[in-house]
Design a binder for this molecule. Structure first.
Ligand code: UDP
Ligand code: MG
Length: 348
């Protein structure tokens, strides 16, 4: 039997690209349904992450024109990872499997066939992995490589060159919903689930239109989030560094004593200043790392909802896919304006 597939697309200020994305995705899903690889209840779920442009208006229009399109509006901008999670957790109870991808058409839509093939073979998670990074700038390529190396060095299990283009079965999503952390880094969380997984390799394209929503500052904070959410090694490195510096200080003291004993007691201004600056810098760095972890504990302890859903343009419950849940009409879809609270439960 063909699977009920949901495509989850987080969107933040994507008015320029959304109509084309939807045209291509509906065409792809239609072809998957036509060849029996996806069932007729399969859907495309756009998550509007508090966009300031016409993104939500476009989603509403697309929903009214095509029952295959669903929309989820978050109350405010919570960032890519939270928007994605909101979509995944919403789709989890309706679909057999969910594929997440970006709205900008960088991910190769045709790779979906292989995703579904792997799912049919029994995989719970299928990771989309980039073949190469030709479309990236030199800086992005180099920083991404350094990031993956660092993550691996710190003992974090991340899939090399995999972003958030992935398929997850309902079982895997159920497992994901048990992780309640506020500092989200899905690329690190999903491998922790541990069910059977496989990889699909694809070529990543250029963004179809609009600008990247990940400027350098966001990218760095995302990378730091990934490291500090999954590894306590930086704290261990600090301790090792502390021990090393202490040993060096003892050697320095010995040297000073020997110099004093041999009568060579000229005050070494450079050495004094250099060591003050060095140790001061090192202490600040260490404090910063410890502070970073404390900051995370702070936000985790508060356990605030990770997102709040303002509106959900949902799918119909009946087998007849031409009827809309909100109005029950087949030709004209109005919005379901009931806000639903779908924030993550604070179980702790
Ligand atoms: N995105 C989002 N919320 C944000 C930032 C981005 O939902 O606060 C979405 C964005 O619309 C896109 C995806 O996350 O679908 C990836 O963003 P983008 O393509 O700008 O990142 P890049 O590919 O440049 O790393
Ligand atoms: Mg992109």
């Amino acid at each position: 039997m063909s699977a009920k597939i949901y495509l989850v697309i987080p969107c933040y200020n994507e008015e320029e690209v959304l109509p084309e994305t939807n045209r291509r995705l509906t065409k792809k899903l239609d072809s998957l349904i036509a060849c029996g690889r996806a069932c007729t209840d399969s859907r495309i779920l756009y998550v509007d992450d508090g966009s300031k442009d016409r993104t939500w208006e476009i989603i509403c229009r697309l929903h009214s024109e095509n029952p295959m399109v669903l929309g989820l509006k978050l109350a405010h901008n919570r960032g890519h990872q939270n928007a994605l999670l909101a979509g995944l957790l919403t789709a989890k109870d309706e679909a057999d499997c969910v594929v997440s991808m970006d709205a900008d058409l960088q991910d190769d839509i045709d790779a979906l066939d292989q995703f579904i093939e792997k799912f049919d073979e029994g995989c719970d998670v299928v990771y989309g992995v980039r073949n190469k990074r030709d479309t990236d700038t030199f800086f992005k390529r180099a920083s991404a490589l350094a990031f993956y190396r660092l993550m691996q060095g710190l003992g974090v299990d991340v899939v090399y060159n995999h972003a958030d283009y992935r398929l997850m079965s309902r079982r895997a999503l159920d497992a994901l919903s048990e992780y309640h952390e506020v500092n989200l880094f899905l690329r690190g969380l999903v491998p922790l689930i541990g069910y059977r997984c496989d990889y699909v390799y694809y070529d990543r394209h250029e963004r179809f239109a609009g600008e990247s929503k990940y400027p350098l500052k966001k990218m760095i904070s995302f990378a730091l989030d990934g490291i500090t959410s999954f590894s306590v090694k930086p704290l261990k490195i600090i301790s090792t560094l502390g021990i090393l510096v202490s040993c060096l200080s003892v050697l320095g003291l010995l040297y000073a004593l020997i110099s004093w004993a041999s009568g060579n007691v000229v005050a070494g201004w450079t050495a004094t200043v250099a060591s003050i600056w060095f140790l001061g810098g090192l202490q600040m760095l260490c404090l910063g790392v410890v502070g970073g972890y404390i900051g995370k504990i702070y936000s985790e302890v508060k356990a605030r909802p990770r997102f709040r859903i303002e509106q959900y343009l949902r799918a119909e419950k009946t087998e007849d896919s031409s009827a809309c849940t909100c109005c029950g009409k087949s030709d004209q879809h109005t919005q379901n304006t009931d806000p639903i609270s779908h924030s993550t439960p604070s179980t702790r």
